[in-house]
Design a protein around this ligand. Structure first.
Ligand SMILES: Cc1cc2nc3c(=O)[nH]c(=O)nc-3n(C[C@H](O)[C@H](O)[C@H](O)COP(=O)(O)OP(=O)(O)OC[C@H]3O[C@@H](n4cnc5c(N)ncnc54)[C@H](O)[C@@H]3O)c2cc1C
Ligand code: FES
Length: 259
């Protein structure tokens, strides 16, 4: 199905710890067409909501519904978090590219903070395809950790790390990265993505990073989300170029972008 914009009703709202909300909307057309790795732009239909939509990965979906899981950080997410059952929002999507397919064999998913939501349906899909899925979840502290209960029935191995040691490994989640040939997908704060990028340098198996750039349009028109592509080759007249996170991404091979 191609890109569309729908006015959809909120059918569920669940708090997942301090300032984190899962919002479920009835959106059968979107739920049927969106693929793991893609996202939507959300526009709360409430007075005073920002004019520009806010990009969100989807977390879970069923035949009829789709949910997003987000942290409240500013005006847009505050308006989204204030919605209750029966309120409506507009959703533009599906946007962006789905996750690239992995190599045969093991897959490792690394999620930090609110980078965890896009990985859940991907883990489910990979498991259905027969991949063994290791999931590494990181957060500042135990009360900010997302997704542990959702991932535990799916993951062959689930490891947790917190910066303050209040749950799981004490330290960055990237210190749990495996020395295996697993295909790696990482989504989280830029420091985490930089660490994965560094770790993946020279590695034979692929690693992919999902970026969360600020976005105005979400479909390639405004150039507000661009990041520099890596590896310009001046000898071939390539002095560097930019890629759009919204349409070329949001997921890129670890060596393909400058962070
Ligand atoms: C493809 C994509 C998927 C996303 N998926 C999720 C998700 O599943 N869950 C979730 O919680 N968030 C997700 N985000 C981030 C989310 O879009 C922002 O948190 C949101 O747009 C902030 O809007 P706001 O109006 O509440 O905050 P604003 O008032 O716009 O900003 C508040 C603060 O957050 C910072 N900020 C805003 N947007 C971003 C961003 N994209 N990256 C880094 N810092 C930002 C600002 O610099 C500022 O400091 C995603 C972003 C992208 C691009
Ligand atoms: S957000 Fe407008 S081009 Fe990417």
């Amino acid at each position: 199905m191609s890109l569309g914009r729908w006015s959809v009703p909120v059918v569920g709202r669940t708090a997942h710890g301090p300032g984190v909300v899962e919002l479920e909307v009835e959106a059968p057309a979107l739920a049927a067409s969106i693929r793991p790795g893609q996202f939507v732009m959300l526009f709360p239909e409430t007075p005073g909501a920002p004019y520009l939509g806010r990009p969100m990965s989807y977390f879970r979906r069923s035949e009829e519904t789709m949910s997003v899981l987000f942290r409240v950080v500013g005006a847009g997410t505050r308006h989204l978090a204030a919605l209750v059952r029966g309120d409506r929002l507009s959703a533009l999507g599906p946007l962006g590219q789905p996750f690239p397919d992995p190599e045969p064999g093991e897959v490792c998913l690394v999620g930090g903070g609110v980078g965890v939501p896009p990985l859940y349906d991907w883990a489910r899909t990979l498991r259905e395809q027969g991949h063994g899925v290791t999931v590494l979840l990181g957060a500042r502290s135990a009360d900010q950790l997302l997704g542990e209960a959702a991932f535990s029935p799916i993951a062959a191995q689930l490891l947790v790390a917190t910066d303050d040691g209040s749950r799981g490994h004490h330290g960055p989640v990237t210190s749990l990265l495996p020395a295996s040939t697993a295909t790696v997908y990482a989504c989280g704060p830029s420091a985490m993505l930089k660490a994965v990028q560094e770790w993946a340098r020279g590695r034979a198996a692929p690693a992919y990073l999902t970026l969360e750039a600020r976005m105005a349009c979400g479909f390639g028109a405004c150039l507000g989300c661009t990041v520099a592509a890596a590896n310009p080759d001046p000898a071939k007249g390539d002095y560097g170029r930019y890629v759009r996170v919204c349409t070329d991404g949001p997921t890129f091979a670890a060596g393909a972008v400058l962070l």
